[in-house]
Design a protein around this ligand. Structure first.
Ligand code: PA5
Length: 424
């Protein structure tokens, strides 16, 4: 379902030379013998995910259907980005169907919180709080305030149906609180870290509540497992991508820009940034993941990419078939001189912009391009794409000699913040 093309990357090395290292990384991943092996539960998850939990998720979504206008998803980082990426990619940015989905608990901004609070005042709400640790400050602060708001809005029994907690199976502050209050709880598996958790209850529950067909998402996920289980670089596009990243890094590229031509893929790029940034950026190593949406950002970042410092390569994340399309109209007067496009499909124009930009950046600008093409922005493609990026990321980071599954650096700001906040 995914096509990977490295013909525009101008690689100085042959991918085949990495076969031995790739096979080792693949074996370490599948046999759970590599660094961070406590957190590789995602590798076999497409096959052995908790089927009962999925049924509970579907039943919960079904029982609440039609009873709420707004779904509040309260979480941050790995407990937020995947669900948002899926919901925006699949439903689009202006989905006319209910519920509207609002993400919260991912910022300390008082203005943001108060605006959401005012906005939902007269709306029917379901709240899904998501936190593995249960102690993440952004999420915990927002949740306390939202819980009080819900308690003022609905009787206790109604709150017990409308507040759903996704957290650790047995431990933690949120688990204890949810059990005491009688909220339904959903499990974040112990051996799956935040940034690899989108196809656990972390992402599946908000997806199901928003009307997404999560069975189809899991079908794509399982298909990817099958297609990408062969370590042979000739046939495994995820591993080809993993190796290309390392070759380009050796060629002096220290930033990777994930480029999409679809605005509703913007959050997929944010999710991807966490996946690669948090997995790889350690021990003074790693490629900086950044992103752009074209053609929008061609009118801002385009100049730098074309003629600025030659520090980056682009990875195009292209969509073969758009969710919606239309025809550009003919105009008798042609006062805007746009009739040369009359009768053309809107997506054809987008694709021509992509082709022209690729040539400008690669040929004229000397910027290497990798191209990943997905069939569409539907459920199966989302599930497939997640597994593709998981495997590419893990193998690429193993090739760098780094543990992809920890994130020791994120604690430093928290320590300083807690001191300033007076937390004991
Ligand atoms: O990848 C990670 O570990 C982080 O992004 C966490 O997911 C994020 O900090 C949220 O943590 P928690 O789910 O414990 O609230």
């Amino acid at each position: 379902m995914i096509k990977f093309d490295f013909q525009h990357a101008h690689l100085n090395e042959n991918l085949k030379d990495y076969q031995e290292a790739v096979t080792l990384a693949h074996t370490q991943l599948h046999e759970k013998t590599g660094a961070g092996n406590d957190f590789v539960g995602w590798v076999d998850w497409p096959l052995n995910y908790d089927h009962e939990e999925l049924e509970r998720i579907l039943a919960t979504a079904q029982s609440l259907r039609g009873r709420f206008d707004v779904l509040l998803v309260c979480g941050i980082g790995g407990s937020y980005l995947g669900a948002r990426a899926a919901i925006e990619m699949i439903r689009g940015l202006y989905c006319p169907d209910k519920p509207e989905v609002i993400f919260i608990g991912n910022t300390f901004s008082s203005t943001y919180f108060k605006q959401v609070e005012a906005y939902i005042q007269d709306k029917d709400v379901v709240l899904n709080v998501i936190s593995k640790s249960g102690t993440t400050t952004e999420t915990a602060m927002a949740f306390r305030m939202l819980k009080q708001l819900m308690e003022n809005k609905y009787p206790a029994e109604e709150c017990r149906q409308r507040i759903l907690a996704t957290t650790d199976r047995a431990r933690g502050t949120l688990k204890e609180l949810a059990d005491r209050e009688g909220y339904p709880t959903f499990v974040i598996p112990d051996d799956i870290g935040g940034r690899f958790s989108v196809l656990t209850a972390v992402g599946l529950l908000p997806m199901a509540l928003s009307g997404i067909d999560v069975r189809a998402v899991m079908k794509g996920f399982a298909q990817a497992y099958d297609d990408l289980k062969n370590p042979d670089l000739e046939v495994n596009p995820a591993y080809q991508y993993a190796v290309c990243r390392r070759i380009l890094e050796k060629q002096g590229k220290c930033a990777e820009m994930l480029v999409s031509y679809e605005p509703q893929m913007t959050m997929v790029a944010e999710w991807w940034k966490q996946l690669f940034g948090e997995s790889e950026g350690k021990e003074g190593k790693g490629i900086l993941p950044c992103s752009a949406n074209f053609s929008t950002d061609l009118h801002s970042l385009g100049q730098f990419i074309q003629e600025g410092r030659k520090m980056l390569y682009e990875t195009l994340l292209l969509v073969e078939t758009p969710t919606l399309d239309g025809q550009f109209p003919y105009d008798e007067a042609d006062l805007d001189h746009m009739n040369y496009l009359a009768g053309k499909s809107l997506d054809w124009v987008n694709k021509m912009a992509c082709q022209g930009t690729l040539e400008a950046h690669e040929v004229t600008g000397g910027v290497p391009n990798l191209i990943i093409t997905i069939p569409d922005m539907k459920e199966e493609s989302f599930g497939y794409m997640c597994y593709f990026f998981f495997k590419a990321c893990a193998v690429s980071v193993y090739l760098l000699g780094v543990n992809p599954f920890n994130q020791p650096g994120v604690e430093v700001y928290k320590k300083n913040m807690f001191r300033l906040l007076g937390k004991h």
